[in-house]
Design a protein around this ligand. Structure first.
Ligand SMILES: Nc1ncnc2c1ncn2[C@@H]1O[C@H](COP(=O)(O)OP(=O)(O)OP(=O)(O)O)[C@@H](O)[C@H]1O
Length: 732
């Protein structure tokens, strides 16, 4: 196996948080030649991985999953499905990917389509949510797509018909909603269509042109149409627990290959076609809990394979035909809850099954229906009138508030130079799920009173003062519950009404990530009558170990940061930046990234401070770009602040000269880094830094690419360190 592919496998193992059965990858030897097991398979062709199957032991499904990681069930808050798929897509010859019960959580990224050779994709029993990525439609080789037992909660996509090779589509046990698109009838190669246990509503579309379809499973949805004609080759039809109405089509009685038919728990009416019971291959037939009526013909014949028949809880009358009443043979027959004369103890009175008692039948019911329509119509008219009255009343009353909202949403009236337009504020409502990331372990956001903050900071005393940045002074404080906080007093240069400010704070409060200094709440100092505000206090968690800049400097006596530690810090910053760029729509791209704004907690975990503040201060340097700024942070991490203090131009020049030569590196790179870094790891980081610092912004990588490269460099470093340790032990 190519060493780069082994590295990717190790990276995946790390991202999956070292599941036990991947310990097998620890041992030397070619992973391609390991015998496949039901839980783990790595198959290769020409030294390249073509098949990857990992079946974990995480629970199949929990009911309380709401997009946050769940301890012991999903992977942790540090897992990023985006990075995981980026890593996976490096194995670009993969034809089969089966990753089941591994606790993978998050929205499945569109970039999964980079696996363009994929034929089988099975991600069942994980915690994926959101929509099924549209770019899967470009994976032309795909013949099996199985995403069962996840939490996909959008509609069933309407592009499956562009997958001309798709034979198995299984999306069971998700939260898919809305109607089944008609285009599903155009996925011509389908043999299996399984969408049971979702919230799909509306019609069962015409599937007549799916000439290869054998299995249709739409159980446990909210489908409410009639049953359409089915393709001739059907073997299994499962439509139970919907609201299907109308008669059972006679056409079903012509499906000579049919073995399994379940239409139970619907609203089907009429007398079941006799031809159904005599189908030559049918072994299981359930029509239970419908509104079927009439009597079954005494001439009705049962097919030779028919072993289970359930017609219970319907409105059937008369006597059972001989083939259903003969208890001597081995058939299981259930027929209680009807009005049959065979087994009076478990049957209703005949009046219960009279045709005129069945909804929608008979003149009396039609009359009642008309009456209901008339009353309903009058009610709707009154309701509309009432709503119109209410609307005009509210419009009048809230005229001022609405004018302000319009102001926020009207680009023409905004200060466009800020980049934070109405679009951003309007979209604040559509914060994507990853925003919730980590909020489980973080305290909930709240509003503080000025008195509370005065008390916490000893009335903003000189002793509590930590420092002053461009946004204002920062004080250290202790809340009543004992927790330490940093209170930032924002000097506002722009006047906001309280309402406008609250919209902005609301957006800021949604930015939560393990590598962002947690914003605990705010306090607005202003009059309560919604007039303008001049002072805002932001209350953050207190991060005790100072900032990265001072830790990198030679005078920092506390601890010299080794290369692996520096890499871990850089990865933390990249993860948070990635979140700021993609976790909220539209993303935050100017976050004043610099080593002064990277704080370190007691475990040397990096946390970005000062992020997103331009939403309130509205000052944005158009030339500032997070990826470029991040490039400068990496440079400072490589060289130490003393070199960095010589200025950006000096560093950029060094980047193009000294960094490309071994000798030059020795002069410019911090000795602690040189002493603890493997050459290959260092080269990877230098190469991505160079790209981050491209003068042309379009040539810079995305933060996601940067993150991947850093993680890869960390993996390379870890492998080198491990090798070095084992060499040392073998020599000893
Ligand atoms: N949550 C926090 N916990 C501990 N110290 C903090 C916290 N937030 C800020 N500080 C410290 O408060 C001081 C002022 O920080 P602030 O972020 O306002 O300005 P800055 O980063 O120094 O400058 P600039 O605003 O120009 O970026 C800094 O020393 C910073 O390390």
């Amino acid at each position: 196996l190519q060493s780069s592919q082994t590295e990717v496998l190790q990276q995946l193992r790390k991202q999956l948080e070292y599941p036990r059965h991947l310990d097998a990858w620890n041992y030397a030897g070619d992973l391609c030649s390991a015998p496949p097991s039901p839980f783990l398979t790595v198959a290769c062709e020409a030294n390249t991985i073509t098949e990857l199957k990992i079946v974990g032991d995480k629970p199949a499904k929990v009911s309380n999953f709401d997009g946050h990681p769940v301890a012991g069930q999903t992977l942790s808050a540090f897992f990023s499905v985006d990075s995981f798929v980026t890593t996976l897509s490096r194995l670009n010859s993969l034809k089969v990917v089966i990753l089941v019960s591994l606790g993978i959580w998050g929205p499945l990224p569109d970039k999964i389509h980079r696996l363009y050779s994929l034929q089988v994709l099975d991600l069942s029993s994980n915690f994926l949510y959101g929509s099924i990525p549209p770019r899967i439609s470009a994976m032309g080789m795909l013949h099996t797509l199985t995403l069962d037992a996840n939490f996909f909660n959008d509609t069933v996509p309407d592009w499956f018909d562009s997958l001309s090779n798709l034979t198995v589509l299984s999306l069971k046990n998700n939260r898919l909603q809305g109607p089944l698109p008609r285009s599903i009838g155009g996925v011509t190669a389908l043999t299996t269509l399984a969408l049971s246990k979702n919230n799909i509503s509306g019609r069962v579309p015409d599937l007549g042109s799916l000439s290869s379809l054998e299995v249709l499973d739409l159980r446990d949805n909210q489908l409410d149409s009639e049953i359409p004609p089915m393709p001739r080759g059907m073997v299994t039809i499962l439509l139970s627990r919907n609201s299907l109405a109308g008669k059972i089509p006679h056409q079903l009685g012509e499906l000579s290959r049919l073995q399994h038919l379940d239409l139970s728990y619907n609203l089907l009416q009429g007398t079941p076609p006799a031809s159904l019971f005599s189908l030559p291959n049918l072994s299981y037939l359930s029509l239970a809990s419908n509104m079927l009526s009439g009597s079954l013909s005494s001439k009705l014949a049962c097919g030779g394979q028919l072993g289970f028949i359930d017609i219970s809880v319907n409105r059937l009358t008369g006597t059972l035909p001989p083939c259903l009443s003969d208890i001597s043979n081995e058939r299981v027959i259930k027929f209680s809850g009807n009005c049959l004369s065979d087994d009076s103890s478990r049957q209703h009175e005949s009046s219960f099954c009279r045709e005129d008692r069945i909804v929608g039948k008979g003149g009396k019911n039609r009359y009642i229906g008309l009456l209901i329509c008339a009353i309903g119509g009058a009610f709707v008219v009154m309701l509309v009138l009432l709503l119109m009255l209410l609307y005009f009343y509210r419009r009048h009353r809230h005229g001022r508030a609405k004018a302000e909202t319009r102001l926020l949403q009207n680009p023409a009236l905004e200060n466009y130079s800020t980049g934070f337009s109405s679009e951003l504020l309007a979209n604040a409502r559509y914060v994507s799920q990853p925003v919730k990331l980590g909020s489980q372990v973080m305290p909930t956001y709240r509003v503080f009173s000025l008195e509370e903050l005065r008390e916490a900071t000893d009335n903003f005393s000189r002793l509590s003062f930590i420092g002053e940045g461009s946004h204002g002074k920062v004080y250290k404080g202790r809340l009543e519950n004992g927790s330490q906080v940093a209170v930032k007093c924002l000097a506002l240069f722009k006047k906001y009404s309280i309402r406008n400010l609250n919209l902005r704070l609301d957006l800021l409060s949604k930015l939560r990530h393990p590598h962002l200094v947690c914003l605990l709440g705010h306090c607005v100092d202003g009059s309560s009558d919604d007039s303008s505000v001049h002072r805002v206090f932001l209350v953050y968690e207190y991060i005790p170990h100072g900032n990265l800049h001072s830790h990198l400097s030679e005078i920092s006596m506390e601890k010299f940061l080794t290369w692996p530690e520096r890499l871990a810090i850089l990865i933390g910053i990249a993860k948070a930046t990635h979140f700021l760029h993609t976790g909220i729509l539209p993303g935050f791209f100017n976050n004043k990234l610099k080593t002064h704004n990277v704080l370190l907690d007691e475990h040397y975990i990096a946390k970005i401070s000062d992020y997103g503040l331009s939403i309130i201060t509205e000052e944005i340097d158009k030339h500032e770009d997070d990826v470029y700024s991040f490039g400068l942070i990496i440079l400072e991490t490589l060289t130490g602040p003393a070199q960095a203090a010589r200025g950006e131009a000096f560093l950029l020049n060094e980047m193009r000269t000294s960094f490309s030569r071994q000798e030059g590196r020795k002069q410019i790179i911090d000795p602690t880094v040189l002493g603890t870094a493997a050459d290959e790891s260092l080269s990877l980081v230098i190469s991505i830094t160079d790209k981050c610092l491209s003068s042309e912004s379009s040539l810079r990588p995305s933060i996601e690419d940067v993150l991947w490269n850093l993680q890869y460099a960390a993996q390379v470093q870890a492998t080198a360190d491990r090798d070095q340790r084992s060499d040392a032990t073998s020599q000893a």
